[in-house]
Design a protein around this ligand. Structure first.
Ligand code: 48F
Length: 258
């Protein structure tokens, strides 16, 4: 029995991993925008893997606000909430309340059910960069990096890469720093986010969701971070809409490359 259990996990896991060596979309970061992007890309029939450095993907959504585990979603994003079958109740002025634990679990469930593969405990430490284009991600176990062990990474090639790493914009920073290239941002680099303006932050998240370098897209807080726009706190409609928008942009890019 013990051998069967171990063999089942090993064989299944390596089949899953080797099936992801060449992807249509590599999503770095499993916060709300990354998970929603994974859902729509998988639903469109693309080969998608989402990588998150934590044991539990979900980013900043589990904790609501200051660990009060509810979030607010505005009317414009409700078609996504409904499509993903998240329970919700109306609040005031066209807003809705969603339990943040239910919402995070629901997004992860729907994305994986649509066919996205999630690798947790994976840190993306670099990208594949060839002929002026981002063409994949360089991954290592989070514990390896935390321990500072000198262990080389593995590589997953991908037609598109999404920086959905939230406030730190890690992938965009790495691409600009290591390759000396200019991103499609106001300064050509990562501008860094501004302080809180919930309404403006929500609006600009959608505008800032785009391809910032050939092959590299940004969504969610990373989109506002690279372009120097506002944070917005625990209202999540912008994150969901950003995930849906970036999936459309990446899908168009993947089709062009086929
Ligand atoms: O920050 P995060 O939740 O991303 P998001 O989709 O949503 C932002 C909101 O949660 C909130 C907000 C909106 O109201 O302001 O903050 O923009 O999740 C980012 C995820 O990326 C993972 C990290 O563990 C987290 O789950 N992550 C960050 N860097 C890496 C990474 C990396 N280099 N490799 C793998 N995962």
């Amino acid at each position: 029995m013990e051998t069967l259990i171990s063999r089942g996990i090993i064989e299944s896991y390596f089949e899953k991993l080797s099936g992801c060596l060449q992807l249509d979309a590599a999503i770095v970061g499993g916060g709300p925008s990354g998970i929603v992007a994974a859902y729509y890309l998988a639903k469109a029939g693309h080969k998608v893997a989402l990588l998150d450095r934590k044991l539990s993907p979900g980013g900043g959504m589990w904790g609501g606000a200051m660990m009060f585990n509810d979030i607010v979603v505005q009317e414009e994003a409700m078609p996504i909430v409904e499509e993903l079958q998240l329970s919700h109740r109306p609040y005031e002025e066209g807003t809705y309340i969603v339990d943040s634990v239910h919402a995070t679990a629901g997004l992860l469930y729907q994305a994986t059910k649509a066919g996205a593969v999630i690798f947790n405990c994976y840190s993306v430490e670099d990208v594949v960069y060839k002929q002026g284009r981002v063409g994949g991600v360089v991954v290592n176990w989070t514990p390896v990096l935390r321990e500072g062990l000198h262990v080389d990474p593995l590589t997953l090639l991908s037609k598109t890469v999404l920086d959905a790493t939230g406030h730190d914009c890690e992938i965009a920073r790495t691409v600009a720093r290591k390759n000396g290239v200019k991103l499609d941002t106001p300064t050509g680099g990562v501008v860094g986010e501004m302080s809180m303006d919930a309404a403006e932050g929500e609006r600009s998240t959608i505008d800032n969701t785009k391809e910032i370098y050939p092959g590299l897209f940004v969504s969610g807080m990373a989109a506002n971070g690279v372009s120097g726009s506002f944070r917005m706190g625990p209202i999540f409609g912008g994150m969901l809409m950003s995930g849906r928008k970036v999936a459309e942009l990446m899908s168009a890019s993947i089709r062009q490359q086929q």
